[in-house]
Design a protein around this ligand. Structure first.
Ligand SMILES: Cc1ncc(COP(=O)(O)O)c(C=O)c1O
Length: 394
């Protein structure tokens, strides 16, 4: 049986983790791994989550199954965080808990494929490298358009609008809700308005990947596009991750929300989500969602979580500003948002930075700003100058 399998290439970021760990230099800097890091360089468990976990440990009476829909109180409390008012889209909006944002993307892809086999989904490039394989594995046909120009570090808004205008009614368009991974380059509110209107006019299905809410500008500002698109669209999907904004990474905490035409349609969509969840993971893992539910159910823990999240967001933006201040040719970093930006450098330059300067990043030039300490901004800029890794001023 297994002799028909072919070896698979190792995961680039996992390889990078190993190389970084084995690098003996004290001055090494890890901008590769995609998790938030604090001023001590660690990915902390948030205080609000710790407190919720204690409550969970003391209070949980049973480990009985929850069902394929997961923790529905978690889903109900998360919806207003993402969509605004508690009754936003009342009756038309349903959601299930999923194993992270990845599970939500896969489930959403399969839901689309069940409704329209082989449907086309439009991805703006570059995008998170897992988007294409996950959505193709779900049975969708991927079409691409240019979202970002690395040379000028700008959004290709005309290409985006042209692609959406050329797409056929019933096609799906994947949109990063905020903190675009890997480019940090966002639509501004006016551009979101235009996209929302075009998507609705053209009868496209928006599938929003909201994986970093609160890590760009703040919870509400980061949800502007999602809320705008859902207000305009008749139908939509949102893949939500709590793994970044609650720091729950390994707990695999997320949700898939679907907006349907009316309550009856929503109930059919919900039933299909359950059937698909059942044949994938049967039921999602409980712990992370239970912790989020406890946080969101408590005004005090919610306040603490929001304060901690704001501090994380501030730290990322402080690093962005420090780099832009240290080197005018990095000014674009201060206009971008979220943990990631993609430097316009070659894989060879990335390798030189690693070898000669102990600076680690993805081969694409993607950097995680949260991996940098403000005090090390000068070292990083110096290294970029040394390897000729700075773009023209843009
Ligand atoms: C854009 C984007 N979407 C979705 C995900 C998946 O998140 P999760 O870890 O919750 O599966 C990630 C994770 O890196 C991401 O960057």
């Amino acid at each position: 049986m297994f002799q028909t399998l072919t070896p698979q290439p190792p995961d680039g970021l996992l390889t990078l983790i190993g190389l970084f760990r084995d690098d003996p230099r004290n001055s090494k800097i890890d901008l590769g791994v995609g998790t938030y890091r604090n001023v001590a360089g660690i990915t902390p468990v948030m205080e609000a989550v710790k407190a919720a976990e204690r409550i969970l440990l003391d209070g949980q009476q049973t480990k009985g199954y929850l069902g394929p829909e997961g923790d529905q109180r978690f889903v109900k409390l998360l919806a207003p965080v993402a969509f605004g008012a508690a009754d936003a889209h009342a009756g038309r909006l349903v959601g299930v808990q999923t194993p992270g944002g990845s599970g939500a993307l896969r489930l959403g892809g399969e839901l689309i494929a069940a409704a329209r086999p082989g449907a086309t989904i439009w991805l703006g490039t570059p995008t998170w490298p897992n988007h294409r394989p996950v959505l193709e594995a779900a049975g969708l046909t991927v079409a691409e358009y240019r979202y970002f120009d690395p040379a000028t570090q700008t959004l290709c808004f005309d290409d985006t609008m042209a692609a959406l205008s050329a797409a056929n009614p019933g096609d799906v368009v994947l949109l990063h809700g905020c903190c675009h991974n890997p480019t940090g380059t966002e639509l501004d509110p006016a551009q979101w308005d235009a996209v929302a209107q075009l998507v609705a006019e053209r009868g496209l299905l928006p599938f929003i990947d909201l994986a970093y809410q609160g890590l760009g500008e703040g919870l509400d500002a980061d949800a502007y596009g999602t809320r705008r698109v859902l207000t305009a669209a008749e139908e939509a999907l949102v893949a939500y991750s709590c793994d970044k904004n609650f720091g729950l990474y390994r707990e695999r905490t997320g949700a898939l929300f679907a907006l349907a035409r009316d309550a009856d349609a929503a109930s059919v969509v919900f039933g299909n989500m359950l059937t698909l969840a059942r044949v994938n993971w049967s039921m999602p893992p409980d712990h992370g969602a239970a912790a989020v539910r406890i946080v969101l159910d408590s005004p005090e823990l919610s306040r603490l979580w929001r304060t901690e999240l704001e501090a994380m967001c501030r730290r990322i933006n402080t690093v962005r500003t420090a780099l832009a201040d240290a080197e005018p040719r990095l000014a674009f970093l201060s206009r971008q948002r979220g943990m990631f930006s993609q430097l316009p450098i070659t894989p060879e330059t990335v390798a030189t930075l690693r070898r000669d300067h102990g600076i680690y990043m993805a081969g694409s030039g993607r950097i995680n700003l949260a991996g940098l300490q403000v005090a090390d901004a000068g070292i990083f800029v110096h290294a970029l100058r040394a390897v000729d890794g700075l773009p023209q001023e843009c």
